[in-house]
Design a protein around this ligand. Structure first.
Ligand code: PSU
Ligand code: MN
Length: 305
């Protein structure tokens, strides 16, 4: 399954290797959310919990990261904790995944880089919080996440709570459509907005079961329309923060980013940590709840495949 030339750079954690060899369901997990998305120790607790949820559903979790230049498919508890504490870990996307491996560095993998690694390892389902997309003001900054291009080319199902609401969701939906990426809202007619269950935008597609999602993925591949797909799973009602409440915090975070001239890869981590501060920790609770909710659905899709 894995290309021979990639093998020397990749370590597959034994439980993941066993599951893949036996064709049992595996769910990939990203690690930028660990290195750049949440503070320690919440990040490590979240990542450990998400792995447990996937195991409880009967699938095997594979947290993906680069540690000391090794592309890791699945981490031990000690590796996960070291990554969660690491200072100076890189944020790795398609552009720099190979750089970190070549240079023996350590970094968290974004949605884009995690999709690449999952596909190399033969994993088709991946759970995250929210994907990167088109930033507000992208007409000036040109800031559009590499996650969108990756979704267009790499055949992995990405289970998210939509695009992060710090983004321009409407423009993100436009780019997703242009790139031929199916966006499926799970059990909803409207696109969720990460911390909130609803955005003002209609969901391009809707499916109500994990089985239907797995079937859609297989059908797409059979038709030769390869590439990834985005599942948008609304955050549970009990954990959501109303969109009106978030809007004020998002605006304030953006203004702070502009005032401090934050740019490039630093934008998303800056906005997330600013919002955490502005919501007094509430946004973090919601972020953790929605990742857990996505992990559950991803495990069910992996089983249905
Ligand atoms: N979802 C979260 N927290 C995060 C991210 C997603 O709940 O930190 C990360 C993902 O790894 C995603 C990245 O791929 O942010 C997008 O970064 P950028 O906008 O720079 O492409
Ligand atoms: Mn960006």
């Amino acid at each position: 399954m894995m290309p021979e030339k990639a093998r020397p750079f990749i370590d597959i954690h034994p439980p993941v290797a066993d599951a893949l060899a036996a064709a049992r369901p595996v769910v990939a997990l990203e690690s930028t959310i660990i290195t750049h998305g949440m503070p320690f120790p919440d990040n490590n607790n979240m990542a450990a919990n998400v792995e447990k949820i996937i195991r409880n559903e009967g699938a095997t979790p594979a947290t993906i990261a680069v540690i000391g230049g090794r592309l890791k498919i699945g981490l031990s508890d000690a590796e996960r904790e070291a990554l969660a504490k690491a200072t100076g870990a890189m944020k790795l996307s398609r552009a720099d995944l190979g750089f970190a491996v070549a240079q023996g560095l350590t970094g968290g993998t974004t949605v884009a880089a995690t999709m690449i690694a999952a596909h190399l390892a033969g994993i088709s389902v991946f759970a995250t919080g929210g994907i990167g997309g088109v930033h507000k003001g992208a007409e000036k900054s040109f800031d559009i996440s590499a996650d969108l291009d990756e979704l267009a080319r790499t055949p992995v199902i990405v289970v998210s709570a939509g695009a992060k609401a710090i983004l321009d969701i409407e423009k993100t939906l436009e780019v997703l459509e242009t790139r031929g990426i199916p966006v499926v809202a799970y059990g909803s007619d409207v696109m969720p907005a990460f911390w909130s269950r609803q955005s003002p935008f209609a969901a391009p597609l809707r499916l109500d079961t994990a089985e239907a999602i797995a079937d859609f993925f297989k059908t797409r591949r059979a038709l030769g329309t390869d590439g990834g797909m985005l599942i948008a799973n609304p955050v549970p009602e009990a954990d959501e923060i109303a969109a009106e409440v978030m809007a004020g915090h998002i605006l304030a975070a953006q203004q702070a980013a502009e005032a401090q001239r934050v740019s490039g890869k630093a934008v998303t981590p800056f906005l997330l940590s600013k919002i955490l501060e502005l919501t007094g920790g509430e946004s973090l609770k919601t972020n953790i709840a929605l990742v857990e909710n996505n992990a559950r659905l991803a495990a069910r899709i992996a089983k249905a495949l």
